[in-house]
Design a protein around this ligand. Sequence first.
Ligand SMILES: [Zn+2]
Ligand SMILES: [Zn+2]
Length: 473
Amino acid sequence: MYLYNTLTRKIEQFNPLNPPLVTYYTCGPTVYDYTHIGHMRTYINNDLLKRTLNYLGYRVKHVMNITNVGHLTGDDDRGEDKLEKGAKTQGKTVWEVAKFFTNYFFKTMDQLNVTKPDVICRATDHIQPMIQLINQLKRKGFIYETKEAIYFDTSKFKNYGKLNPQKKQEKMTGAREEVYIDPQKKHPADFALWFKLVRRFKNHTMRWHSPWGDGFPGWHIECSAMSMKYLGETIDIHAGGVDHVAVHHQNEIAQSEATTDKPFVRYWFHNEFLLVEGKKMSKSLNNFYTLEDIEKRKIEPLALRYLFLQSHYRKLLNFTWEAAKAAQDAYRKLTEIVLSTKKQIQRQTLSLEKLDKVDQYRQRFIRAITDDLQIPQALAIMWETVKSNIPSSDKYDLIADFDQIFGLKLSEAKEQTIPKSVIKLAEERQSARQKKDFKKADQLRKKLRDLGYQIEDRENRFKIRPLAIDRRP
Ligand SMILES: [Zn+2]
Ligand SMILES: [Zn+2]
């Protein structure tokens, strides 16, 4: 397996510390708002990596955190706590907001067939390990205290910024543009490990006792504390969106490695962004699409998953409704083919030549997925397999095998039942045609279309096909 490692900026051979075990941490959601397509893409790509490793025979131990405290609206200590802000605008308690959006997140993941992590851990359940970690950093001289917070002193950590050296330069020399900064903070790159309940946080509802007075943890410390608690001081893979490279992951490395003097993560896996109709997602464009928005346009969750499989995780993906509809069509077509292949299955003895062909498809598939997760290529190989002349039983086996990674539930495809009323309308149309009443036939055809069915004429017979997409204007 070869993977791109953000740390070295190279594609490297993947060698876990203790094979077949792979320790895998994915940065989880901050649960103050709806899960949108940007998140969906990230977690689907994280899932593809996990499924690939499992497919290759590794045993992945997967941990994901749920951020329900300390994540400010600016990643670098600016602004207010996202949960507190969400609670204020929605007129709920922070705990209600966290619970609601945690459930929403997992419901979305479930519909996208994203496998559940082995351990799901909430920040608020791990305040003690975070305090312990801060204490260890204190003993080693990496922190300082101001009237408002406890900070990690980045000038004491010589490798600060190694994940993204360019960004480090910007941060080091960039003007202080923070809307609010603690006047006692020594350096813009320093980051809060613990916030005290003063000034902007005077009325913060989530609060705990600590050696530095009552307060709440900064965002970054939770991932170090939980990763170490469940997976050990050095782990194999840590995954997240590219938006985490510059600040969050930089800070995770600093506080973890300053504590343990060991590498925190061996392979950093980052997903590229997603654009919507060529533009960045933003409040003003109102394009933070949720799964409900997608389904309203008659696109199934798994068709969205299919869409995401078509682009490599390190490439910018431009989401358009046109592409989504095309993905829905392709996904529907694929499930139809799988279903008819399943019906044709007869176990036959294979000729050597065909056996060879079956092997070749599998070999090429494995080559694609192990080449820095070339899922789009793997998908193309599946389509080749689907269209090939290998016996249907082997074809079906291969598709089911490949789908362990794709996660499209292809072997669960079911035939759609067509309502009797629809069949009746189609028959009426058929008899109108036979009587050469084409006007009536066309009207009925349009009616069927409005109901979501397509009529395909085949000589004297007709076929009713549920429309994948609503094409009504
Ligand atoms: Zn992370
Ligand atoms: Zn994190």
